[in-house]
Design a protein around this ligand. Structure first.
Ligand code: URA
Length: 230
């Protein structure tokens, strides 16, 4: 059904109010602002005006998975097992990954079908801390601390990384908090010191902490409090 007709059929708006709502960009369909009165609204579309939900659309799903090593952060891969293969088929449909991890990186992975919510989790602008435990081939020196706080220049993207917090836990072990998720970011940061990352594990994204009860490969739904924290 056309969006303007859908809205005018609700008891709360007449046709003139609907026109105004659209022009004022107060209507969202599936999380995106829509101003086009002809936009097609389906049974599974989510329709909101300001903060009011008029049609819930498909149920939103939010999962935490303990990603094991040796699996790809993708929904399909011709060669390797993907993180979606770890979920029962009935749960997989329309899920996407909020913050990929490399093939051998382990730890907290969040999957959802709520695009608006997952953008808050991954967009550098929201500056949500992501915390990793890092193991390296060579010793981590005290002189690393200043460089992580100052930022690293990434020529490919032509940017300097946001200040990051490094806590040295042992000669070859550290905890690192970053607020972005650039391609291979942690490995490239340690690469600046020619120090190879040999183990990488994501412990936390914002206030969502990997549940210690989850063994590698296991998952659980996020709690309402975890969802609301983002
Ligand atoms: N940084 C990396 O280099 N790899 C990851 O998997 C995550 C962050």
């Amino acid at each position: 059904m056309r969006l303007d007709r859908f809205l005018a059929n609700l008891p709360c708006y007449n046709r003139q109010q609907v026109r105004l709502l659209l022009v004022q960009r107060r209507v969202r369909v599936d999380g995106q602002v829509v101003a086009d009165p002809l936009h097609d609204v389906r049974e599974f579309s989510r329709v909101e005006v300001d903060e009011q939900l008029h049609q819930a659309g498909r149920p939103l799903r939010y999962l935490m998975l303990h990603k094991p090593a040796g699996c790809v952060s993708a929904t399909h891969d011709p060669q390797h097992r993907t993180v979606l293969d770890l979920l029962p088929e009935a749960l997989r449909e329309d899920l996407h990954i909020a913050g990929r991890l490399d093939f051998n990186t382990t730890g907290l992975m969040i999957l959802t079908n709520d695009g608006q919510w997952s953008r808050r989790l991954t967009q550098p602008a929201t500056k949500l801390p992501k915390v990793y435990r890092v193991e390296t081939e060579d010793e981590i020196g005290e002189h690393y601390l200043g460089k992580f706080a100052e930022g690293f220049y990434f020529a490919f993207e032509d940017l300097t990384t946001q200040p990051a917090r490094l806590e040295i836990l042992g000669p070859r072990e550290a905890r690192l908090e970053i607020v972005e998720g650039r391609y291979h970011q942690v490995k490239r940061m340690f690469g600046h010191f020619q120090n190879k990352v040999t183990g990488l594990h994501r412990e936390r994204m914002g206030s969502i902490v990997l549940d210690p009860a989850l063994a590698p490969g296991e998952y659980r739904p996020l709690t309402p409090a975890e969802i609301a924290s983002i």
